[in-house]
Design a protein around this ligand. Structure first.
Ligand code: IDP
Ligand code: MG
Length: 151
């Protein structure tokens, strides 16, 4: 497995429901390293860019509108296999199909209120990180616990 970075974003429903701490905790306790985090009110323009691949979908206008209703918590997490593992930690897009123990399986019910975004590939992660963060916002640091997480 290679060291990767993934873009994780707590959506307006996750923020409004007070679930930021629970979601951050799961990535922290897994052993991934936080590289960046910011709390911000995104514009519909930025969200349309973020979800550009879905622009032809019938739910796209509603998705963009909903995502702009409240602030979001934007994060970059790093670690071996962080992209694929991050997706597994989120669960399926539809919370009803997400297993208990996953973020969506444990905390939500409707597909349009699934509380958290996670990059689906290394390529989209790199694109999303560049869209939401300036290079100088990514912090270069070494957690002391690293030697207890990796052989
Ligand atoms: P993902 O978030 O699991 O990667 P995507 O297919 O990329 O899923 O869709 C982005 C977001 O759009 C989903 O997280 C969900 O909030 C919303 N979405 C996806 N499919 C539907 C749908 O059929 N109805 C309503 N919202 C949807
Ligand atoms: Mg997606």
């Amino acid at each position: 497995m290679t060291t990767e970075r993934t873009y994780i974003m707590i959506k307006p429903d996750g923020v409004q429901r007070g679930l930021m701490g629970d979601i951050i905790k799961r990535f922290e306790q897994k052993g991934f390293k936080m590289v960046a985090m910011k709390f911000m009110q995104p514009s519909e323009k930025l969200l349309s860019e973020h979800y550009a691949d879905l622009s032809k979908k019938p739910f796209f206008p509603g998705l963009v509108k909903f995502m702009a209703t409240s602030p979001v918590c934007c994060m970059v997490w790093e670690g071996q296999g962080a992209v694929a593992t991050g997706r597994q930690m989120l669960g399926e897009t539809d919370p009803a199909k997400s297993k208990p123990g996953t973020i969506r399986g444990d905390f939500c019910i409707h597909i349009g209120r699934n509380i958290c975004h996670g990059s689906d590939s290394v390529e989209s992660a790199n694109k999303e990180i560049a869209l939401w963060f300036k290079p100088e916002e990514l912090v270069d640091w070494t957690p002391t616990e690293q030697q207890w997480i990796y052989e």
